[in-house]
Design a binder for this molecule. Sequence first.
Ligand SMILES: [Zn+2]
Ligand SMILES: [Zn+2]
Length: 352
Amino acid sequence: MATETPSLQQAAVVVNPGEKAQITLRNDLPVAIPGLNEVLVKLTCTGLCRSELRAVQAWGAYNSIIGHEGVGIVVKAGPDASQSLLGQRVGIKWLYSACNDCSVCKRGFLHNCAKQLNTSRHVPGTLQQYVIADARFLTIIPEGVADEVAAPLLCAGLTMVGALSKLENDLRAGDFVVISGSGGGLGHIGVQIAARIKKLRVIAVDSGDDKRKLSLESGAEVFFDFKTDDVVARVQELTGEGAHATIVVPGTEDALKMAPSLVRNMGFIVNVGLPRNDIQIPLSATICTARGLTFIGSSVGTEDQMTDLLKEAAAGNISPAIEVFDFSSVPTLIDRLRVDGVTGRAVVKLPQ
Ligand SMILES: [Zn+2]
Ligand SMILES: [Zn+2]
């Protein structure tokens, strides 16, 4: 295993986050040295999550190097990090580390730890050639899953597995679930998991022919276009009483507003979208109470869910729709994400 790494590397950097944000491609950033429990990973590619826009638009405090769906090879191990990781193909996720000691961690929900650190937020992200990762929280990528296929599963896929897991005690095969934003990076993988693994009847909601095609190919029973269809009426027509649950993927107020009208009484609304922090849940307290609705917030998922999802991908049951781009396209891609111009998931190749 070659341990020679350069001292400088290429990275995409967010400059001036906010209205006038720019993405600058640099080739003079230092390659970090792994510290205690850390490894250095040479990345081959990274998915580009729409939640990166929160960093670009300064909706919170983020690292200037974004990206949290990285795949690469461990090239250096710091003190106390297992040497056996050297040469392993690993995934870098949103969860960089957790305390492993709080009540939430002890229940197995490290991704909900209040003390968690996040890749691209507290530590530099994956739009760089070499990234530092905490060896204790890495995902090993199994054989049979190509790098660019694994990348979108690390956040988009895991988020949808996590969201669907919130329904596993209440929904059975054959029940209806509405997935809004069904043609995007998260949505279409969610449709595949819901339809192919959970055997739910998926009602896909998004807009445009490309997203219709991808949603239906992913296993949705029907597709309703929110720009041209009366989605609530069509869902009621198909289901009789409304769906058993809906997963709200787009971080928009409109999608959240529509959610209660899509589900039947005692239905579930699972939100995974991340709108601006000042956007409130537009849900009438009386309607929620009288109809017995449950609202659930869900962010990524557990490492067990990650492992299972990668196994499903290796078996060919889950196949993210990806478009692979060169590193030089990053600034343009971020612009496209801003106007929601990406069907499926954009994956960026890091210069080798
Ligand atoms: Zn993400
Ligand atoms: Zn914890």
